[in-house]
Each structure stands twice: as structure tokens, then as C-alpha cells.
Design a binder for this molecule. Structure first.
Ligand SMILES: O=c1[nH]cnc2c1ncn2[C@@H]1O[C@H](CO)[C@@H](O)[C@H]1O
Ligand SMILES: [Zn+2]
Length: 393
């Protein structure tokens, strides 16, 4: 049982197990997953041992995994981000990067993910003397190894990298240039991440203008810890193709005569007819800007109250271009199956909803159109069709 559901008598609920199984077997697409937020605890321990890093807060895998989940649970994005010090510490060598990249592909493939964009900030992996190019090439090598092993295991997956620049730093143009240099070699786009408040995306306008001139793709973490101005800048000043999180777009949505936040429980279950979109929310929906939503992560950083009350359910009903993502599998103790299972269990989603968000994600991917279409038509649709035939049999 993936999600740990129990029936009211404490025994396993067989229908829940069947559903878990369906969700796990469904083909899944993932646009927002941080490479440095998805390590196996045991790997962190082993690499730390090899390189002599003595700073880990625990020395057995279970306690270390629990430490990450609990420390990330503070309700503050800034504190959440502090936990990355330990994962970054073991990702400073080509061997470490390659292993982490390979294992992340295998873990995603085992979970039924068929397409993933994995992001990381090359500038955070230079402390032991690697160059930016060394970092990208080590990660790419790990991704290719992971893809080969996953294909051999009968769980094929396509993985591509997004290069992130840290929003508090001043390397975004350099990283954008790196992303363009590697765009035909395993890198599909660019992102900015890190603490949001006080670091608006317009600080990095040069990088975004350069990427647009180069016909390159980028997403921006916006509307997570900070609200509408951040989303507006990301779209209207920077020209983001997609929004990382974007949950706070609901600040521009009213239900009846109330703001979304005034009565969240009523708002998430509102009928479309009662809902009014402000100009920015309408723009995001009209222009089909993809929202990379990460339910568990948002609950941990305080951007949402719970999965049941997460704005994603209203946004889905209003037919925004919603996608479901993991963000940081280690810090949230999660997987794509778990995020989707929670939406089913806590927010009433159906398998049809999961199929819809998966197609949304593939439509919004940064790989070329024909390759996206091949995965939608050749993998996602047949995979869901097989599941429903199996369920009816
Ligand atoms: O949810 C998030 N919001 C903002 N930044 C994040 C989030 N998750 C991870 N990172 C940041 O992105 C870097 C590169 O992967 C991570 O090191 C972390 O600092
Ligand atoms: Zn993120």
C-alpha cells in the first residue's frame, strides 16, 4: 500500500489498495522535480562517508529521511531551503552527481514516471573545484545511465534537465548561456529558484531577455511564498513559459463576494458560475500558462493549508493548465504516485483527472512538439486505456 491508507477498523482497505495500484501503474509526467531534493537517504550517507562529510544530522537512512521531512515541515520556505545544505554537500564530485542523477531516474521510472524534467542549480555544485560544464556533463551521464537501466528493467523513461539559477545570486545570465549551450545535449530549459520574498524575478531580466532572443524555454518559481506581483512580473516582464507553483494566482480569484482565502473550504468546492477571475488570473487561463503545482511541498512551506484544501482542485475545475508535481521527493517523503494518490484520497480526484493533468504536463513539456505528441499518443493514452480496460475486466 503506497499511501498508507487504512479502513476505519484499522485493516487495509482493499479498494484503496487497488486504487494505489492503478495510480502507480498509470503513466505519469513530471515537470517540477529538484535533483538535489530527491536523493535516497542511504546514498547521502554513503557519499558523505566516502568524501568525509561529517555534517549529517543522522547516520542511518530511516532517521535521516525523517529528519528531512520534519525539518522541511516548518511552514517557512526559507527554513525548508536550509535542508538542501546536506544534499548539496554530497553533490560536489562527478561521481556523486552521476550516482544521484542515475538513481533519481531509476526511482522515477519505478514509480511509473515516463517523462521527467529534473532541475538543479549548477552554480551550487562548484565548491570542490568542478566547472559548470563538468556538473552538467556528470548529471547528463547519470541520466543516460538511468534511462538505459530503466529501459532494461522494462520501465522506460525519458529524462531531461532544466538548469536553475538561484534568485538571490548573480549568475543567472551565465546559467542561461549554459542552458542554451547544452540545449541539444540533455538540457531542455532554464528556471530560477530559491527564497522568493525580496528577490523578484525582474532582478534576472537580462537572463530572460537573452533566453527569449535565443528562442529558449524557461519557467520561474513564482507565487509560492509571495503573491500576485511575483506572478505578474514572471509572466509580463520576464515572459515565463510556465510558472513553478503559481498557487497564489488564487489571490486574483473571488468566489461569490469573497476572496479565495476568506473561506478556502467553500472556495475549493465552488461552482464555476460563482467564480470571478481578475485580469491576471484570466490572462493565465486564457493563454494556457502551465502551473507546476506541488501539493505536499506547498503544505510544508505554508503555501496551502492541506492537500484537501489546496487551490489545485479549484484551478483544475476552472480548467487552468494545471500539472501535478513532486518538487522535492526527499523533503516531502513523496513520489508522483503519492501526490496523485493524495489528490484522489483527500480531494476527490478521479483517474480521469489524473489522465488530464498528465496530458497537460506533456503538452507543457520543454522538449519538441513531435516528441511530446509521441509520448501522449504512444504512451500516456494507451497506458490509461489499458488501466480502464483492466478495471472493467
Ligand atoms: O519549492 C521551492 N521553492 C524555491 N526554491 C526551491 C524549492 N525547492 C527547491 N528549491 C531550490 O532550488 C535549488 C535547485 O534545485 C535547491 O537547492 C533549492 O534551494
Ligand atoms: Zn521547486
Amino acid at each position: 500500500m503506497i499511501f498508507g491508507r487504512k479502513g476505519s477498523d484499522g485493516a487495509s482497505d482493499p479498494s484503496a489498495t487497488a486504487l494505489d495500484d492503478q495510480v502507480r501503474r498509470a503513466p505519469k509526467a513530471l515537470l517540477h522535480d529538484h535533483l538535489d531534493g530527491g536523493l535516497r537517504p542511504q546514498t547521502i550517507i554513503e557519499i558523505a562517508d566516502e568524501i568525509g562529510y561529517a555534517g549529517l544530522p543522522a547516520t542511518d537512512a530511516d532517521s535521516l529521511g525523517a529528519w528531512f521531512r520534519e525539518s522541511a515541515d516548518s511552514g517557512s520556505l526559507v527554513r525548508y531551503l536550509e535542508t538542501f545544505d546536506h544534499t548539496l554537500a554530497v553533490m560536489q564530485t562527478t561521481g556523486g552527481l552521476r550516482r544521484v542523477a542515475r538513481e533519481s531516474v531509476l526511482d522515477l521510472a519505478t514509480d511509473g514516471v515516463v517523462y521527467a524534467e529534473s532541475r538543479y542549480a549548477p552554480e551550487q555544485h562548484l565548491s570542490q573545484g568542478l566547472s559548470l560544464e563538468d556538473v552538467v556533463e556528470a548529471v547528463n551521464a547519470g541520466f543516460r545511465e538511468g534511462e538505459d537501466l530503466a529501459a532494461q528493467a522494462g520501465t522506460p523513461i525519458r529524462v531531461t534537465a532544466l538548469l536553475t539559477a538561484m534568485r538571490h545570486a548573480a549568475k543567472s545570465t551565465e546559467i542561461a548561456e549554459l542552458a542554451v549551450r547544452y540545449r541539444d545535449r540533455g538540457v531542455a530549459g532554464f528556471d530560477i529558484a530559491g527564497a522568493e520574498a525580496g528577490f523578484p524575478p525582474t532582478r534576472h531580466l537580462d537572463a530572460f531577455e537573452y533566453l527569449r532572443r535565443e528562442n529558449a524555454h524557461f519557467t520561474i518559481h513564482a507565487g509560492e511564498a509571495f503573491g500576485l506581483p511575483s506572478i505578474w512580473e514572471a509572466i509580463q516582464w520576464c515572459g515565463a513559459d510556465r510558472l513553478g507553483h503559481g498557487v497564489r494566482i488564487v489571490d486574483d480569484i473571488t468566489v461569490g463576494d469573497k476572496a479565495f482565502g476568506e473561506d478556502v473550504a467553500a472556495a475549493v468546492s465552488a461552482e464555476a458560475a460563482e467564480v470571478h477571475l481578475g485580469r491576471l488570473a484570466a490572462y493565465v487561463r486564457d493563454t494556457r500558462i502551465p502551473l507546476e503545482m506541488c501539493p505536499s511541498s506547498n503544505v510544508q512551506t505554508g503555501a496551502a493549508e492541506s492537500v484537501a484544501l489546496h487551490p489545485i482542485s479549484l484551478l483544475k475545475r476552472l480548467r487552468f493548465r494545471v500539472t501535478v508535481n513532486t518538487d522535492n521527493r526527499l523533503m516531502s517523503g513523496t513520489s508522483m504516485s503519492r501526490e496523485m494518490g493524495l489528490l484522489v484520497q483527500d480531494a476527490g480526484w478521479t483517474m480521469e483527472d489524473l489522465r488530464w493533468v498528465t496530458i497537460n504536463a506533456m503538452k507543457s513539456a520543454f522538449i519538441p512538439f513531435e516528441e511530446r505528441l509521441a509520448i501522449i499518443e504512444g504512451v500516456v493514452k494507451p497506458g490509461y486505456a489499458a488501466l480502464s480496460e483492466h478495471a472493467q475486466a
